[in-house]
Ligand binder design. Structure first.
Ligand code: SDX
Length: 450
């Protein structure tokens, strides 16, 4: 079998039969057994370009081959320089910096700057960034009226997604998506206002007055104040909890092409503004298989109730009755590096808040699961959601607010992914193909004849 390919010189229309490895040093040679034809398909970055398969046809009027990949299990939708994950080695880096170093040495606003701009900020850049975000924490007073329309027991993620989408109507300038200065202003607004929206959702649920942002406080300190301040003049922020929340936000800031990032890119690819795009991303994060898992983990731990009931629960999981929420990951087939760090952060929080009995159940669940063939065979390890909920609960956040906390942090990643898509010359409006398996052509049957 020779490795020759037919190359057509578009300038002359002439065809040349040349060895494939001259033109494409890295390539696949595909032999179509239906026609006996051979095709050399270039390999770039460990991928083949799906459009290169369209040349593989049965006849001239044949559409050509497509790939079929439900849930994109093995499809790269973009090139990205934001986050690198090695699922087998349990590696996570933002713009090349290991998550462990960022969680230990940085803070969320600095990491948000890094994720969005590609480099760690200088002192001047950081001060300007912090000032800009801090001065975009207020919400338009009409937003509060909008939020007051929700039932008192409305789920905060439903409120958050709706309110973020509604911000699109307050900032029509956000439609200038190809203007870098406009994108920067919307970035300040989104990162600045997400904690305010989150806190207002919580206060609405409790029938408490909204607490306005305090520009003197840190990003997480201001959020804690807007959440928990009562009649005191200034909310007393515990520095351990303020720092723990900052670390948790760092660990949740981005995670390459996860479900909600894919939604942000997909909606944004139609040139929709970043507010409605992020409303869609927040909706995706709300799902219990994605960001909603941290809430599900708490409900699971409460359902188990005590350590001695863990073996029975594991048995039901293995019988397929239910999932071990907070376990498993599409990419990580090893310990999620974030889960490790979150577990360490838990110890610091519990020194302040007192140890949660749910932690003992979680540790017992992990201990048993990590030894059990069912989980080992499926490479199921704790993911970012397994321990985060226990910390949030100990810090006083209600269970259904956990995903809202995830959304505050992931705002930086969603915007970075959206922005990278917009400036990527290879991207256009996302519109997947399908394999049609429906009815063949048939004629309409009048009602009386059905
Ligand atoms: C996040 O993508 C991201 O990066 C997401 C995220 C981010 O930062 O954006 O990391 C955040 O969403 C973390 C994941 C949170 N979700 C959960 O904890 C929910 C529980 N986990 C699963 O539902 C599941 O593990 C997923 C959704 C996370 C991953 O699912 P996959 O990759 O589609 O794997 P799968 O469902 O095909 O499972 C493979 C096998 C199946 O068993 P078999 O059919 O082969 O017998 O593993 C089993 C599954 O039944 N399995 C589980 C399980 N997760 C998978 N069995 C029990 N408990 C689980 N949690």
């Amino acid at each position: 079998m020779n490795n020759n390919i037919v190359v057509t010189d578009s300038r002359t229309g002439k065809h040349y039969d040349v060895p494939g490895d001259i033109i494409f040093p890295d390539s696949l040679t595909i032999i179509d057994s239906r026609t006996g034809k051979e095709y050399a398909v270039p390999v770039h970055n460990g991928t083949i370009n799906a459009m290169d398969l369209r040349q593989i046809k049965l006849s001239e009027d044949d559409f050509g081959l497509m790939t079929y990949d439900p849930a994109f299990m093995n499809t790269a939708s973009c090139k990205s320089a934001i986050t690198f994950i090695d699922g087998d080695k349990g590696i996570l880096r933002y713009r090349g910096y290991p998550i462990e170093q960022l969680a230990e040495k940085s803070n969320f606003l600095e990491v948000a700057y890094l994720i969005l701009n590609g480099e760690l900020p200088s002192k001047v850049q950081y001060n300007d960034w912090e000032y800009s975000i801090t001065h975009h924490t207020m919400l338009h007073e009409s937003t509060k009226k909008l939020m007051e329309g929700f039932n008192h027991d409305a789920h905060p993620m439903g409120m958050l997604a709706s309110t973020v989408g509604a911000l699109s109507t307050f900032y029509p300038d956000s439609h200038n998506i190809h203007d870098a200065e406009s994108r920067k202003l919307q970035t300040y607004r989104l990162i600045g206002k997400m904690p305010t929206i989150a806190a207002y959702c919580y206060r609405h649920r409790l029938g408490l007055p909204y607490i306005y942002p305090d520009l003197e406080l840190s990003y997480t300190g201001n959020f804690l104040s807007m959440m928990f301040k009562m009649t005191e003049m200034h909310y007393k922020i515990d520095p351990v909890l303020e720092h723990a929340l900052d670390v948790l936000f760092i660990l949740h800031a981005d995670h390459e092409q996860n479900c909600s990032a894919n939604v942000m890119r997909s909606i944004g690819s139609s040139n929709a503004d970043p507010f409605v795009s992020m409303a869609g991303a927040a909706a995706a994060l709300y799902g219990p298989l994605h960001g909603g898992a941290n809430e599900e983990v708490l409900m699971m731990l409460r359902e188990i109730g005590t350590k001695d009931r863990v073996p029975d629960f594991i048995k039901r999981v293995k019988e397929g009755e239910q999932k071990l929420m907070g376990f498993g990951h599409r990419i990580y087939k090893n310990y999620d590096p974030r889960a490790k760090f979150i577990k360490e952060t838990a110890d610091q929080v519990f020194e302040v808040t007192g140890r949660s009995r749910l932690l003992d159940i979680a540790i017992e669940l992990e201990r048993i699961a990590l030894q059990d063939e069912y989980f080992i065979k499926r490479k199921l390890y704790p993911n970012v959601d397994f321990y985060s909920g226990i910390i949030y609960q100990a810090m006083g956040f209600p269970t259904d607010a956990f995903t809202v906390l995830f959304a505050i942090a992931r705002t930086a990643g969603w915007i970075a992914q959206w922005q990278e898509m917009l400036v990527d010359k290879e991207q256009k409006i996302a519109r997947p193909r399908q394999v049609y398996i429906g009815a063949e052509k048939r004629d309409f049957v009048p009602m009386e004849k059905r």
